[in-house]
Unconditional design. Sequence first.
Length: 156
Amino acid sequence: MTFRTIGVPISTAEQTANSVTQPFIPSTNRVIKGLVAGIIFTGNPSFTDLRMEVWTDRGGVPGGMLAQSLTVWTKADLMTLDHGFKTVGFTFNTIKLRANNTYHAVLRISGYTGTTASHIAWRKSYPDPQYQVGVTFEVPKGAHFPLELSIIGERP
């Protein structure tokens, strides 16, 4: 049996190599203190720990790491059963971002290699209650939504 989820499977621990990142552009200067992502566990993937990083942009891909989360989640913290979904929060030291610059949120998973039957995926923001106007809620449209990411911060 093949499982299908509305998410982007992560194949290896090196997320910047396989482009499973969520770019974002602050409209004003921002100070970030945390990020929250929706994570799908298919099967019983083996991994040591999970953290989040914020990277600068270089031509549409992550360029250089700005910060790594203070929060580090272990498999025991996140998985109690096979095939699960978690909304996972990550805290950071203060990250100052400039308006109209592109940044990338990147999941970093150590001790991990995904397979078709057992992997971690970053959930697509579908259906997205924040942008309901003009949205067609059909499963095939789910692939066109951004990855689920919430930003916790303040204006400087």
